[in-house]
Design a protein around this ligand. Structure first.
Ligand SMILES: [Zn+2]
Ligand SMILES: [Zn+2]
Length: 351
């Protein structure tokens, strides 16, 4: 029986001689493919004393021969065994190396970045419990050298697949998109702004554009510029947008009207509701308007209903539905307007 020792970088010839060990402390199930894959392997936190207790005797002659911690590199640990009695030598490593980079260090950096958390905080946690770990500098190195290029590769590949699929299913000529921007410091003078467009029928992001404030007249122009770049991308891929839903950003409104006349531009009801809620909450604080407080949620529900119940986007209908609110609140449910005559709800219980 051949035992599977996991001494990375070791000479297999040495370990063939260890076949006779039936109870190898490091024996691993050879059928478990996961352990050989750094990405799927389970990791453990091990106390140094527990680990060193495995390196007290020579595995060959069984004489007393304590292992020695040779080096550490972030989370990487190497232990040397040198038997004075029989000359047996080996070095044990706690993780595989990928082209000289310890896999565990890279995984830690990847975990921090992909979880969107703060490297300083995570590394401080590990340091505070005396765990060997990487430095912030190593994290930044990994990010630049491996992780960001990996993200870019995966993103490009996935996006190409999405675009390909849209074309295959012939959806690329009538895209229904949602677009919104975000800044690095909301409410302040931002340096970077990103604009994202998403296909609302398949719920996939089609493009993200990053704009730096010095590329445009001022930081308030970043959102429009981001959208313009997204539209350029769509054009380069032969994708045609039929509808786009955005917030009520005035520059975007103007640009779409002037440059994309064929596009059905709609405002996102979530943004509208958020804005309206702020106003109503403020108004309800006025001594004469406290009654509004109890109506806020119903008013917001009504706003959403106005949009949802009018899928064809008939502006007159939506406006009349919305204005019927004034009547409904004072218990009048008919004769609202020309196209929306009476409330859609059934009989209301007497108050
Ligand atoms: Zn020995
Ligand atoms: Zn009503």
């Amino acid at each position: 029986m051949l035992l599977h020792y996991h001494y990375a970088g070791s000479d297999p010839a040495i370990y063939c001689r260890l076949d006779h060990f039936t109870l190898c402390p490091f024996h691993r199930d050879s059928d478990n493919q996961d352990d050989n894959d750094p990405l799927r392997s389970k990791l453990l936190l091990v106390f140094m004393s527990s680990l060193m207790s495995l390196f007290t005797h020579c595995p060959m002659c069984k004489e007393n021969s304590p292992g020695r911690l040779r080096r550490t590199m972030g989370t990487f640990v190497e232990i040397d065994e040198n038997c004075k009695h029989c000359g047996f030598q080996r070095s044990w490593q706690n993780q595989p190396l990928i082209d000289k980079t310890p896999a565990g260090n890279l995984l830690l950096s990847a975990g921090i970045l992909f979880a969107g958390t703060s490297p300083t905080k995570v590394l401080r946690v590990l340091k505070s419990i005396n765990c060997y770990t990487i430095t912030t500098r190593t994290f930044l190195n990994h990010q630049k050298k491996f992780l960001q290029p990996a993200i870019k590769t995966v993103w490009t590949k996935n996006r190409n697949n999405i675009v390909q699929k849209l074309k295959e299913t012939n959806k690329h000529k009538e895209l229904v998109l949602g677009g919104d921007g975000r800044c690095d410091s909301p409410g302040h003078c931002a340096k970077y702004g990103s604009y994202t467009i998403q296909d609302l029928t398949i719920n996939k992001v089609l493009d993200v554009q990053l704009v730096q404030s010095n590329e445009v007249p001022s930081s308030v122009h970043m959102e429009k510029e981001g959208l313009v770049r997204c539209v350029r991308f769509l054009e380069s891929e032969n994708l045609v947008m039929k509808t786009i839903v955005t917030d009520r950003h005035t520059q975007i409104n103007k640009w779409l009207k002037e440059n994309q006349e064929h596009v059905d531009h709609r405002f996102d009801v979530w943004h509208l509701a958020k804005n309206l809620k702020e106003k109503l909450v403020k108004l309800a604080k006025d001594k004469q308007c406290t009654d509004i407080g109890e109506w806020i949620q119903s008013i917001l529900n009504h706003l959403y209903w106005c949009a949802v119940s009018t899928p064809d986007g008939n502006g007159e209908m939506i406006a009349e539905k919305w204005l019927s609110l004034n009547n409904h609140i004072i218990n009048i449910h008919t004769k609202h307007g020309r196209v929306f005559e009476k409330c859609a709800h059934g009989r209301l219980p007497a108050a």
